[in-house]
Design a protein around this ligand. Structure first.
Ligand code: PLP
Length: 385
């Protein structure tokens, strides 16, 4: 790739984190983004799984504009009606009557908060997680804090976490000893390469956690909000976790994370158990409310189901061994490195994602796509040699 001046400048000033697509994004609308030369790309990577309603969805943009005119920010020190409405919308979407919401700013913070809740309500130190899950990048932030009163629910994060094989109930049972505060997992492992839970696994975990007293935490940062063809993974798999964590699409691109805490845990938490300056701020909450109300009003999760069927029917290629996943969280399993196909598709102005499994191409498209977009991907796939 020959880099343009704009790309070279970014390389100079911004620490490189991710491998970037070979263009400079200048704008986006619906399921398309355009570069600084006006070239349009079909975004089947959904802006890193954030643009579940597409880019710049009108109801969210309007709500953010209106809120920006009224109040950009005040913290949780004051009551806020927009925060109340955002929390109520999330609880309604999750069908989690009598649950409560804690707002933060990202997925990793949501998971930190979920783990903290589990440690606080159980009084136990250990966390059980699964190999192949991704939960965020801040594990050490609280360990580094130097004020004792904030550290009562935290021990050294690494040494208190054990990992077990995803899908293995026997291993989960052995790990959920009496000192386990939580079992945390992605109900479908996305980053790994869209790894599905074996039938009965999630329900089995729910039972094991209930028996052992550990809190089951569903990291719904990618699976939540309708992408799976149900309003949440918990509903898709008919499981009742103690805590669900959300981020990414929650505010359609305004940074926001949240956890939904089941009623039986809420009453064990003291005021001040969790906190955040920016979490639950009015701008983010206006975006959350508009995002979730749009999803509920259109029952948009039903679209994910229908589109999954079309992807499965239309995507055909000798290199395509299997399509894994559910709804619009899909992994194309190839008999060769997925990067080649990803690059082929970028040349045809279609964005898709890679995974830890080098042979898996991930699709995380907005719920706004239609049959034409599925068919465009199918046609581009046919041209792949
Ligand atoms: C399942 C899952 N959990 C947590 C995170 C962390 O979210 P954030 O990058 O907003 O901290 C991610 C991010 O990709 C994720 O995919």
């Amino acid at each position: 790739m020959t880099k343009t001046d704009a790309m070279l400048l970014e390389d100079k000033y911004v620490l490189p984190t991710y491998g970037r697509f070979p263009f400079v994004v200048a704008g986006g609308k619906g399921h398309f983004v355009r570069d600084d030369k006006g070239v349009e790309y079909l975004d089947l990577y959904g802006g890193h799984a954030v643009a579940l309603l597409g880019h710049c969805p009108e109801p969210v943009v309007s709500a953010v504009r209106a809120q920006a005119d009224v109040l950009l920010f005040y913290s949780n020190l004051v009551y806020s009606s927009v925060r109340t409405r955002a929390a109520a919308a999330l609880i309604e979407l999750c069908a989690a009557k009598d649950a409560q919401v804690f707002f933060c700013n990202s997925g990793t913070e949501a998971n930190e908060a979920a783990l903290r809740v589990a440690r606080l309500v159980t009084g136990r130190p250990k966390v059980v997680a699964t190999y192949g899950s991704f939960h965020g990048r801040t594990a050490g932030s609280l360990a580094a804090t130097g004020i004792a009163k904030y550290k009562h629910a935290m021990t050294s994060a690494e040494s208190d976490t054990v990992h077990v094989r995803f899908g293995d109930l026997k291993a989960a049972k052995a790990a959920l000893r009496r000192d386990a505060a939580a079992f945390i997992l992605e109900p479908i492992q996305s980053m790994s390469g869209i790894v599905m839970p074996p039938r009965g696994y999630l329900k089995g975990l729910e039972k094991l956690c209930r028996k052992s007293g550990a809190v089951l935490i569903f990291d719904e940062v990618q699976t939540g909000l309708g992408r799976l063809g149900a309003p949440s993974a918990a509903q898709a798999f008919r499981v009742k976790p103690g805590v669900q964590s959300f981020a990414k699409a929650l505010a359609s691109g305004v940074p926001c994370g949240a956890i939904v805490i089941a009623p039986e845990l809420v009453h064990k938490l003291q005021p001040g158990a969790l906190g955040s300056t920016f979490g639950g701020g009015p701008l983010a909450c206006a975006a959350v409310e508009a995002t979730i109300r749009t999803i509920i009003k259109g029952r948009l999760w039903r679209k994910a189901k229908a589109l999954e069927a079309r992807f499965r029917a239309k995507l055909k290629h000798p290199a395509l061994k299997e399509i894994r996943g559910k709804g619009l969280l899909l992994g194309l399993v190839l008999d060769r490195p997925a990067r080649e196909l990803r690059d082929h598709l970028v040349e045809r102005r279609i964005l898709t994602g890679l995974a830890e499994d080098p042979n898996v191409l991930r699709l995380l498209p907005p719920l706004t796509i239609g049959e034409a977009e599925v068919d465009r991907l199918a046609a581009a796939l046919k041209e792949y040699k």
